[in-house]
Unconditional design. Structure first.
Length: 168
């Protein structure tokens, strides 16, 4: 189930933004503290109000108040009718089809409400699970960039997946 992200999700979001397993393929620093996570949520909510991004909390149907992940669109290129999607899920809920369900649920919003032509996802090529989710949702591998992302003294490769509007 998807719902609007809120500041009530700070504690659960903090776990997602600091857990070693969750961050394994993200290549970014964990949030320094709970305040940093709260500020990230406030930033996401502000971007939503400004129509610059949108982020949803992923919950279980029988526990709508308990965020287990989040998913959304950002890096919106209005002039190109394109946005980037990203998502994260608590490890207790991996390999259950939840992310595939969430991604399929937000595709019509991108294409019908946001009027996008394409969506991209930028992932670490070692993240086989994320690649499988994207491919199961109709995304295709568009590009493989060698050493195009630099973090903490290391260059990383990235893979770009995309999906064109075919749900309208």
């Amino acid at each position: 189930m998807l719902r609007r992200l809120s500041l009530d999700d700070t504690e659960r979001m903090h776990f997602l933004r600091t857990d070693e397993n969750v961050l394994r393929f993200v290549n970014r620093d964990p949030d320094a503290d709970m305040q940093a996570t709260k500020e990230k949520i406030e930033w996401l909510l502000r971007l939503t109000e400004e129509n610059e991004a949108i982020s949803w909390a992923i919950t279980l149907k029988d526990e709508p108040g308990k965020m287990i992940g989040n998913i959304g669109y950002w890096n919106i290129q209005k002039e190109n009718f394109r946005a980037e999607t990203g998502y994260v899920l608590h490890p207790d809920h991996w390999k259950k089809g939840i992310m595939k369900e969430a991604l399929n649920a937000i595709l019509p919003y991108a294409f019908n409400t946001m009027k996008l032509h394409s969506i991209e996802a930028n992932i670490n090529p070692e993240n086989i699970a994320s690649a499988a989710v994207l491919e199961s949702c109709g995304f295709v591998k568009e590009a493989y960039h060698r050493e195009n992302f630099y973090h903490k003294g290391i260059f990383y490769d990235t893979v770009i997946y995309s999906r064109l509007n075919d749900v309208g």
